[in-house]
Write a protein that binds this ligand. Structure first.
Ligand code: ADP
Ligand code: ZN
Ligand code: ZN
Length: 690
């Protein structure tokens, strides 16, 4: 029998392709005038194939087909089953995975296979076949029949024209930085630009990424209202596997025209992709923080460039990387300076000096008075505290004991409602002790405040108000976050207390007061990005206020920031709503200090049972290769050194040249692989937490 050799990518840490034998379809026996084809299907590039691997079976992606192999005959194995019912993944999609694999220094298979729904990689094809049948029934008669679009203001119109290439009649590659204050109608720009792109060809697909799962329902509703008859797929990590496969297939088959998702959707197969939108492009959650540590935003720009299509990066506080790109003209800046709703204006930002005004229950008298004004007028207030739980730690006054996690460099957080002490890093939990484990003192005190404690305090101060908390604890169950946000939208909440979950994107119409309770800690973080992030976070949460026109006799919308550092330039920039200056100043500082985006970085992390082993490995790593032109810093323990009894250390590598850094990393990583150390290590490109 004739055979061909399949070169496949497999999800293994081995950085190479694997060869397998596959029988070629031979012409069948001649019966009368007809030649019956043999049953074996002809393999194609981009197809999935089930393979024997060691003692198990694995799904592989065919990335090459050849007529010869260097694998000796005796060792060569046959492929088991070709998923020929699934249209092959495109060459562009494989190129995207290959780029990500190269750039993030991972084997192709570790990028491509995990990007596919799990059910597609399963040994049995039942789920795939069932879903393909379901979709085949769905694909009749969908017509693009958009509901009326609201008229755009001049700035929005200019943005839509630029993105959809109205002037040239053709939207080629361009990276647009849509820089618009909160409530300036960026979403409307995305939707109308999408409508134009979808109208340009019958198959066009548009990908819209949002930073948080919780933002998908709101946007999905808006999209459905606008685009009746268009199939929409959603892709995020909160979906059940079956559901995920169905949506992924709808995108892969080209049936879904709008794909809405979180960062993982950037690796979806979208054969007719014509535009990408990254909403809140500055958001840290676009960076995957485990496994393949990719930036969905950076991959989006690459993908758009590869396909020659526009990508829109929207934000009120763009990342300094994007800001710099816009400055040097690599990205086109489109600016929306005003709020879109008539008579809706940006809130007034005020500082409350905690040195002068002592808070009760975490609230100063001025903030309490402002909340009261909202209650009187039937308006909503939002209090922002980026710390969940009741108290960040409990302590014993008598002997100085505090609730530390024995497995991590972290405190155990007090959760009063379920009477637990819980580690937010390793998941360890125990009952709150009745007495001090060291000295027996029964008077253990909670220190500091989390959202649960704030909720308790607010209920005491405002017994008549409807106080509502939204954080990761209150929205643990599937669908509960959506239900919680609906409660706020329906107006059944007077005072909302929440973490960053409530800060992002939500269009609360009746909210006129935002209080930031305790934002100072980020000002002095050793993470040099902390102030950029804090500014973005406060600007975003501030942007939840005053999104509708002020009601007759209603309150002017305000943002009150409680701080011990009222003169900090960050707060001044916030009061002036002046991101331009803030960003330019930060960029200047970064340039002077040779920090990103003016230098390129990679981080080598090592994990071991004891810290010295991890550090020893990093020292070995420094010395195992010549590194002219590359700066390698000293190995150091990570800020949070221990997590779940694993000690962690890191080594920062820098260069002013990205190609030089990439070339160095390639050789270095190969050398490190050869060291055969038992230390668990990994390299992160463009690290954000260092
Ligand atoms: P952003 O994403 O910039 O924060 P949104 O897109 O959520 O802002 O828009 C804020 C509000 O402005 C929404 O209620 C939206 O419906 C409204 N809006 C947007 N564009 C217009 C427009 N051209 N005319 C009237 N209202 C608009
Ligand atoms: Zn004690
Ligand atoms: Zn822990």
């Amino acid at each position: 029998m004739e055979h061909c050799i399949l070169q496949v990518a497999l999800d293994t840490p081995l950085d190479r392709l694997f060869d397998y034998r596959w029988p070629l379809p031979a012409p069948g026996p001649v019966t009368g005038d007809t030649v019956e084809a043999c049953a074996a299907p002809m393999p194609q590039l981009g197809q999935l194939v089930l393979l024997p691997f060691g003692r198990q079976q694995m799904m592989g992606l065919i990335v090459g087909i050849s007529d010869h192999t260097d694998v000796p005959e005796a060792k060569l194995k046959d492929g088991l089953e070709l998923r020929s019912q699934l249209p092959p993944l495109s060459a562009q999609w494989i190129a995207l995975c290959r780029f990500a694999a190269d750039y993030y220094q991972r084997p192709l298979g570790e990028v491509a296979l995990p990007a596919l729904p799990r059910n597609l990689r399963a040994g049995k094809a039942t789920s795939l076949d069932r879903n393909l049948k379901k979709l085949a029934k769905l694909s009749p008669a969908l017509d693009a029949n958009p509901n009326p679009e609201p008229p755009l203001n001049a700035a929005q119109q200019e943005a839509v024209d630029a993105i959809s290439g109205t002037a040239s009649g053709n939207a080629g590659f361009a990276a647009h930085l849509l820089y618009g204050v909160t409530g300036s109608g960026k979403t409307e720009v995305y939707l109308q630009a999408a409508a134009r792109i979808l109208a340009q060809s019958e198959q066009a697909q548009v990908l819209i990424l949002v930073p948080e799962i919780n933002l998908t329902p709101q946007l999905e509703t808006n999209i459905r209202k606008r685009f009746s008859g268009i199939q929409i797929a959603t892709l995020h990590s909160g979906m059940a596997e079956g559901e995920r496969l169905q949506h992924w297939l709808a995108a892969h088959l080209g049936q879904a025209r709008i794909i809405l998702g979180t960062r993982l959707a950037i690796l979806a197969s979208l054969p007719y992709l014509k535009m990408i939108v990254i909403d809140e492009e500055h958001d840290p959650s676009y960076k995957q923080q485990e496994g393949l540590r990719y930036s969905a935003r950076d991959l989006a720009v690459w993908r758009a460039h590869q396909l020659g299509i526009p990508v829109v990066l929207g934000s009120a506080t763009p990342s300094l990387e994007s800001w710099q790109h816009a400055k040097v003209g690599r990205y086109r800046k489109l600016e929306l300076r005003e709020r879109a709703v008539k008579d809706a204006v940006l809130p007034v930002v005020k500082i409350i000096n905690l040195e002068h005004e002592k808070p009760a229950e975490g609230l100063t008298a001025r903030l309490i008075a402002s909340i009261r004004l909202r209650l009187e007028k039937g308006e909503q207030s939002l209090l922002f505290l980026n710390r969940r739980g009741y108290a960040p730690v409990i302590a014993c006054d008598a002997c100085g004991w505090i609730s530390d996690c024995t497995r991590c460099t972290a405190h155990l957080v007090m959760h009063k409602l379920d009477r637990k002490l819980r580690c937010h890093h390793c998941g360890y939990e125990q009952r709150i002790p009745h007495h001090c484990p060291t000295c027996g003192n029964i008077d253990l005190q909670p220190l500091g405040r989390g959202t649960q404690r704030m909720e308790e305090g607010l209920k005491l101060i405002f017994p008549e108000a409807r106080v509502f908390r939204i954080d990761a604890d209150s929205t643990r169950f599937k669908g509960s976050a959506e239900a919680a946000f609906d409660t706020v939208h329906r107006g059944e909440v007077d005072i909302l207390i929440g973490t960053q979950m409530v800060a992002k994107g939500h269009d609360f119409k009746n909210l006129t007061l935002v209080g930031a309770l305790n934002p100072d800690s980020a000002l002095f973080s050793q993470d040099y990005r902390a102030s950029e992030r804090l500014f973005a976070q406060l600007m975003q949460v501030a942007g939840r206020a005053g999104r509708a026109a002020q009601k007759q006799g209603g309150n002017i919308s305000e943002v009150l920031i409680q701080t011990r550092y009222p003169d900090h330039p960050l707060y001044h920039a916030l009061m002036a709503h002046d991101y331009d200056r803030f960003a330019n100043d930060l960029l200047e500082e970064r340039q002077q200090a040779s920090m990103p985006p003016f230098i390129y970085q990679a981080l080598l992390r090592a994990e071991a049972k004891d810290l010295q082993t991890a550090l020893d490995f990093l020292h070995l790593a420094v010395n195992c290769i010549a590194h002219a032109g590359i700066t390698i810093h000293d190995p150091i323990p990570m800020t949070m050194t221990r997590v779940a009894n694993v000690e962690r250390a890191q080594l920062l590598v820098e260069s002013v040249s990205r190609p030089a850094l990439q070339a160095f990393l390639k050789v270095w990583i190969a050398t490190l692989r050869g060291l055969k150390s038992r230390v668990k290590w990994g390299v992160e490109i463009d690290p954000v937490d260092i």
